[in-house]
Design a protein around this ligand. Sequence first.
Ligand SMILES: NC(=O)c1ccc[n+]([C@@H]2O[C@H](COP(=O)([O-])OP(=O)(O)OC[C@H]3O[C@@H](n4cnc5c(N)ncnc54)[C@H](OP(=O)(O)O)[C@@H]3O)[C@@H](O)[C@H]2O)c1
Length: 265
Amino acid sequence: MEYTKLNSGYNMPILGYGVYKVDPVRTEELVSQALKNGYRLIDTAQYYRNEEGVGKAINNSGVPRSEIFLTTKLAPNGGYNETKDSIDKSLRALNQDYIDLLLIHWPGSDYLGMWKAMEEAVESGKVRSIGLSNFYGKEFDNIVNNAHIMPAVDQNETHVFRQQFEIQDSISKFDTKLEAWSPLTANPANVMNNSTLKNLSDKYQKSVAQIMLRSLIQREIIAIPKTTHEDRMIENIDIFDFSLTDEDMNEIKQLDKDVSLFGWL
Ligand SMILES: NC(=O)c1ccc[n+]([C@@H]2O[C@H](COP(=O)([O-])OP(=O)(O)OC[C@H]3O[C@@H](n4cnc5c(N)ncnc54)[C@H](OP(=O)(O)O)[C@@H]3O)[C@@H](O)[C@H]2O)c1
């Protein structure tokens, strides 16, 4: 596994396992598989309703907690007071002493109040790093203009069709790392026949999914693909034994359409 250094001083695995739409009933089993197959970053959220299964898998894995990097996201319900309770609720659901990375899932009405409560959670040791998700432009600026702790990451839709060069550049001024959600476009079946990606797949004898993930981590973007199949988990993490050339990266750059596939910001 390779790591990227966050502005909080902590190292974060560059590739992880995301559990959006993983059925709560299967979460413990699938996260256990991911940990067994070398994943050390797990990305969940209150909204996914599967924090319990994630926590059980971590606690029963036999992997030292210090080697696992756990992210969860707060649903933006309320401001400062509600967030203090909400952080404790996640810690209880996860059955953990601390969360490695806590994100605001999307900008709600009082994200500055939320951020203040998150900064206090860092001071009290409940959380190690804090960050944002789906924050762009005005909302991102508002956080950094009022914060004591700069966001460690901004987790946004990022994949071959939305490569996010502009946001990556603008947040890098605060040493904030871009993290890619839906790094495989959420529907890789639609991408498998893309000629640029197929050619690179043939060239490196790697799957199209592996080419897409490799292109992100080479830009130092953290990627958290989701799958419910163990063979795909193994495939998605097997991307550390080859490198795309500058020319390959330029070809992939041409695929950027700079629009959301999901009608998001
Ligand atoms: N912050 C946010 O607002 C936000 C939003 C969306 C997602 N996320 C995070 O990002 C993670 C990933 O995003 P995502 O789940 O939307 O999309 P994704 O990881 O881009 O794609 C997941 C889809 O790809 C399939 N897949 C996975 N590996 C594959 C492979 N090697 N070959 C072919 N198909 C493959 C999966 O199918 P199977 O499961 O059937 O294998 C699933 O349908 C989420 O789990 C979540 O942690 C965050």
